[in-house]
Design a binder for this molecule. Structure first.
Ligand code: UDP
Length: 353
């Protein structure tokens, strides 16, 4: 199979067009715009005729994801860590750096954060900062420009839900260990949501929150040091290395392909009905990690062996998204099958990793 990312970007634009959704002429700040999901958003926005400001410190984002956009007039890259203040439309501010020539911002999309459990050990403080201080700074930009604010939260705010909360609705409050190895991410995303609510209540900002479930696809990072399950298994399978399952592989996740996720995200950003709402975007089809390992071995014709390693502490037992709210508010549901998404991701890996 040959894979061209531009075909998938066109698919997203066509799906949005069916709902008359376009961001043409909007000025949109995307923090984490060089990351996996952020760069897909930038691609769609630029193609639709928006002016896209991509802010990223390239800590986990990659310049390769956006280098093809650098020549475009409607794209601007700013290398900055959003956990430190930045001011648009001002030439001087005592607290931070200024970007004087960008005077108007219509939408702020705060997408900057490392999301890989492997990195929770190595970078817990920057992760905490980008989701708390970074969210506050991004909200400050939205407040200064009277912009709509969109925040990428995560299914991790649910922690380890009991079986009766599977699939998990937005109304489930969560079962999270505040001092566990995942807490830098889970708790800071929860605090980020609280920041969003506080700015909405106190300053009347128009806000929207998405809770993203396990998303994969082209541009997801692939090194062994990042360790997300889909890219790990694909990388291992393609090189005939052992496929490392943590635990006995009976834990579940619900996987969504990046095209479905970005379509849902941009529907949330566009639709007024999503103002003030928190919406799950993921899948409600649950697969065990063992099943995922087997299917990736089959799709890659790999000779890899499956091996079992110890299960990380606080690894969630089950994950599945209750999507009723997304269906109702956005008329959205994922349409790409697990196999189809994996085949595209595998094809991209073969050419790019
Ligand atoms: N996992 C695994 N082998 C790997 C990487 C991950 O068995 O090489 C497991 C991990 O323990 C978890 C699931 O796969 O149960 C999903 O892990 P991922 O890091 O993708 O994200 P999470 O959903 O845990 O945030």
């Amino acid at each position: 199979m040959t894979y061209n990312i531009q075909d998938d970007i066109t698919t997203i634009i066509n799906r949005l067009r069916k709902d008359n959704i376009s961001f043409q002429d909007k000025i949109i700040l995307v923090t984490g715009g060089a990351g996996f999901l952020g760069s897909w958003v930038c691609d769609v926005l630029v193609k639709q005729g928006a002016y896209c400001i991509c802010l990223d410190n390239l800590s986990s984002g990659r310049f390769d994801n956006i280098s093809h956009l650098m020549e475009k007039e409607d794209f601007r890259f700013i290398n900055h860590d959003i956990s430190k203040p930045i001011y648009f439309g001002l030439t001087y501010h005592p607290n931070g750096i200024c970007v004087g020539d960008i005077k108007r911002i219509d939408i702020v999309m705060h997408m900057a954060s490392r999301a890989s459990p492997f990195e929770f050990k190595k970078f817990p403080i920057p992760i905490l900062k980008s989701n708390t201080l970074g969210t506050m700074n991004a909200l400050g930009i939205a407040k200064a420009h009277n912009a709509l604010f969109f925040y990428t939260s995560t299914s991790e705010v649910y922690g380890n839900p009991p079986d009766e909360a599977i699939p998990t609705p937005e109304t489930y409050f969560g079962n999270v260990n505040p001092v566990g190895p995942r807490s830098c991410y889970d708790e800071s995303k929860r605090a980020g949501e609280a920041f969003v609510k506080a700015y909405e209540l106190q300053h009347g900002i128009r806000t929207k929150v998405v809770r993203i479930f396990n998303t994969s696809g082209p541009r997801i990072r692939s090194g062994p040091e990042f360790g997300r399950v889909v890219p790990n298994f694909i990388r291992q399978a393609l090189s005939d290395e052992d496929i490392t399952i943590f635990g006995d592989g009976s834990q579940t996740r619900s996987f969504i392909y990046v095209v479905d996720e970005i379509e849902g995200i941009l529907k949330i950003v566009y639709k007024d009905e999503a103002i003030g709402e928190v919406i799950n975007l993921g899948n409600n089809k649950e697969y065990t990690i063992l099943h995922l390992a087997k299917i990736i071995t089959k799709l890659t014709n790999s000779n890899s062996e499956i091996v079992f390693k110890s299960l990380p502490i606080d690894d969630p037992v089950r994950r599945s998204a209750d999507l009723r709210k997304a269906k109702k508010i956005l008329n959205w549901q994922p349409t790409t099958s697990l196999e189809e998404g994996l085949l595209k991701t595998i094809a991209w890996f073969k050419d790019n990793v």
